[in-house]
Structure formats: structure tokens, C-alpha cells
Design a protein around this ligand. Structure first.
Ligand code: NAD
Length: 255
């Protein structure tokens, strides 16, 4: 009997208790958060500077006001809720089938869906630190700085939208900007999970951002699955490629 790709994926998931998921911004587009490289993604919108420039360490240092203008407007989506992809992956973990989610996303939606082993390669908008004294701030703590108007209705200046600690230091989101390195412990754990996985499911990522995308080279198994709307550089090496919306695909195969 010849199985369809969806039946094949479902059969592999049924047989495994060591699945690892590696994902990116495409996992959250069905939650209304734009990705970078889709046609309606942030790279196809017009700004004074390209998004890669704004989201770089040197730009953040030189122009924190411009950085935060983009950050508040484009990177923070307060209304976003987990979609079918996040929910299906959380379910697989609860069933003891999925060992870890390795994500390039910074939105915290996997945890909101109930997943516990989530390795955030690029950090999280939910953690923020004072650059001077190191004090921790949640996203809620610093949200008042995102407002465009003061309580009296007057407009806030770009400078007033840069979060400042009670000590006077500037607060930086714990997200990995371009030009910054990834956390070593997170990388080591990610490599270990991928190396030992029997199924590696890659989804919702263009695999264009390194070193994150290079992690999948550590996979040694024979069940490499790619679920993505557009082609990826790994499609030719994958054992199964499903071109589709990841939320729809996972909702269909995870029971
Ligand atoms: P990317 O924008 O480069 O690629 C997204 C990929 O997902 C594209 O190939 C697209 O075809 C695919 N895609 C979009 N919607 C999909 C869906 N519903 N189902 C299946 N595939 C879908 O994103 P990337 O590879 O993650 O790399 C860019 C960087 O973007 C990462 O470093 C990440 O930190 C950052 N980012 C994160 C968020 C977030 O946290 N939600 C949002 C935007 C960007």
C-alpha cells in the first residue's frame, strides 16, 4: 500500500517517542504575527532602514529610538494566541512523543500553548534586562513605554519610548540581534536533542538565518520532515516534504 505524505507523517509520529521540532517565524503566521521572508512578511514592507539593519546590535546601540519604534510596532503582537501548530506540538510533548521544540521565534507562543521544553535560540520578548544594573523586566513591565501618547494626550517623543530602568539604565530585550552570538548552553542542548532524535520535523522556517539553520546538520536519523509553505534549501535532503500551512498539517496528523 502506498501512503500519502500525510499518512506517512502520521505513521512515523505514531511509531516515535523521540521527535524533535525545529521551527521559525512561519509557525506563528497563523497566529497573525508576520514572518520576515514571505511576500507579506516584514522584508517586503518599506522602512527607513532594512529590518536586518534595524535589528542589528550596532543599530540598537547607535539609534535606540529608531530600534524601539520598529520593535514596538512590528515585533510585539499582544493579541497573538497559539495556533493549531503550537497546540499540536504541545499535545505531542504531553503524549511523551516530542522531546523538545527548538525555535527561532521570540514570541513565547509555544509556552503559552503548554509546551515546556522550548529552546529559544533567539531569546524572547518576554524577558528584558537593564543594561546597567541587570534588573529583570517582563514585557508587561516595559509596555507603558510602547505608548505613542502620554496620559494627557500629547505625543511621546521617540526617546520617551525607549524603556528606562529605575536606576536610569537602558532596558534591552533578551532577543539575539544580528551581530550578536547565540547562548552556548542553549546551542549545546539543541545539538544534543537533534543528534539523538529519531524524527526531526522542520517547519515554518526559510532556513536562511545562521548559525540556527546549521543546527539541523547534526541530525543523523532517516526521518527528516520539512513542512513549509515555500521551498527550503533542505527539501532535497529531506525524507518527507509537505508544502502546506503548518497549523493545518499538524492538526491533521496529531490526534
Ligand atoms: P523567515 O521569515 O525567514 O521564513 C519563514 C518561512 O515560513 C518561509 O519560508 C515561509 O514560506 C514559511 N511560512 C510562513 N507561514 C507559514 C505557515 N503558516 N506554514 C508553513 N510555512 C510557513 O523566518 P525564519 O526562518 O524564522 O528566520 C527569520 C528570523 O525571524 C528568525 O531569526 C526569528 O527570530 C525572526 N522572527 C520571529 C518572529 C516570531 O517570533 N514570531 C517573527 C518574525 C521574525
Amino acid at each position: 500500500m502506498v501512503l500519502t505524505d500525510m499518512e506517512q507523517l502520521e505513521a512515523w509520529i505514531d511509531e516515535s517517542d523521540n521527535i524533535v521540532f525545529f521551527g521559525g517565524a512561519g509557525v506563528s503566521t497563523e497566529s497573525g504575527i508576520p514572518d520576515f521572508r514571505s511576500v507579506d512578511g516584514l522584508y517586503h514592507q518599506k522602512y527607513d532602514y532594512p529590518p536586518e539593519t534595524i535589528l542589528s546590535h550596532s543599530f540598537y546601540q547607535k539609534k535606540p529610538e529608531e530600534f524601539y519604534r520598529f520593535y514596538w510596532d512590528k515585533m510585539i503582537c499582544l493579541d497573538a494566541k497559539p495556533n493549531q501548530a503550537h497546540i499540536a506540538l504541545a499535545k505531542l510533548e504531553q503524549q511523551g512523543k516530542l522531546k523538545a521544540i527548538i525555535t527561532q521565534n521570540i514570541d513565547g507562543l509555544h509556552q503559552m500553548a503548554g509546551s515546556s521544553e522550548v529552546l529559544e535560540l533567539h531569546g524572547s520578548v518576554h524577558r528584558n534586562y537593564c543594561e546597567r544594573c541587570g534588573k529583570f523586566y517582563s514585557l508587561e513591565d516595559i509596555l507603558p513605554f510602547s505608548a505613542t501618547q502620554n496620559e494627557d494626550g500629547t505625543s511621546r517623543t521617540p526617546k520617551e519610548r525607549v524603556p528606562i530602568c529605575s536606576c536610569g539604565g537602558r532596558i534591552k530585550p533578551d532577543v539575539v540581534l544580528y551581530e550578536e552570538g547565540l547562548d552556548n548552553d542553549t546551542l549545546t542542548k539543541a545539538v544534543s536533542y537533534i543528534r539523538n532524535a529519531d524524527i526531526l520535523i522542520i517547519g515554518g522556517t526559510s532556513l536562511a538565518v545562521y548559525p540556527a539553520a546549521g543546527l539541523i546538520d547534526y541530525y543523523r536519523g532517516e526521518r527528516l520532515v520539512v513542512i513549509n509553505l515555500s521551498q527550503t534549501p533542505r527539501d532535497t535532503y529531506a525524507d518527507l516534504v509537505i508544502a502546506g500551512k503548518i497549523g493545518q498539517v499538524l492538526a491533521e496528523v496529531v490526534k
